[in-house]
Write a protein that binds this ligand. Structure first.
Ligand code: HEC
Length: 125
């Protein structure tokens, strides 16, 4: 019985091959946790970023002007109704309305994000 116990304990600790396998498993687990942590952080930061309407709307203003008030030929977004903005963005996304640029842009937003954008710009005067 003592012999059995000894060899059982000794198996994991002193057999070089199996302890190395054990190390590799621990290493892989650690790597996996690190990757999971990084993915989780990016995901949370990405969500927090997308969660504020200002952050979501910021890139639009490069073309549509500050506060959606266009300085050039691109249409202004401020003062447009929520329904107008939402339906046009969805139409761009679903390719029911063709544009030079907006089809590609609208496809990058979920329907929920499109509603956030429409609400944001319709509230600007
Ligand atoms: C790279 C420049 C550019 C960016 C960035 C951009 N747009 Fe546009 N947008 C345009 C152009 C140009 C049009 C005219 C339609 C077309 O040619 O695609 C337009 C049209 C629109 C229209 C229709 C307006 C109307 O009265 O017909 C809406 C709504 C709109 N954009 C919303 C947005 C929103 C919201 C964003 C940010 C998520 C955005 N745009 C980002 C260039 C841009």
């Amino acid at each position: 019985m003592d012999d059995l116990k000894f060899s059982f304990v000794g198996w994991g600790r002193h057999n070089n091959l199996s302890s190395r396998v054990g190390d590799v498993v621990v290493y892989l687990k650690t790597v996996r946790y690190c990757i999971a942590a990084v993915v989780f952080c990016c995901f949370s930061v990405g969500n927090a970023y997308a969660a504020t309407p200002e952050a979501l709307a910021f890139p639009c203003m490069a073309c549509h002007g500050p506060e959606g008030n266009s300085q050039g030929d691109i249409p202004s977004l401020n003062g447009r109704s929520f329904d107008y903005l939402k339906s046009n963005l969805l139409a761009f996304k679903q390719r029911q309305r063709r544009g030079v640029i907006m089809n590609r842009i609208a496809r990058g937003y979920s329907d929920e994000q499109i509603e956030v954008l429409a609400r944001y710009f319709s509230a600007l005067k």
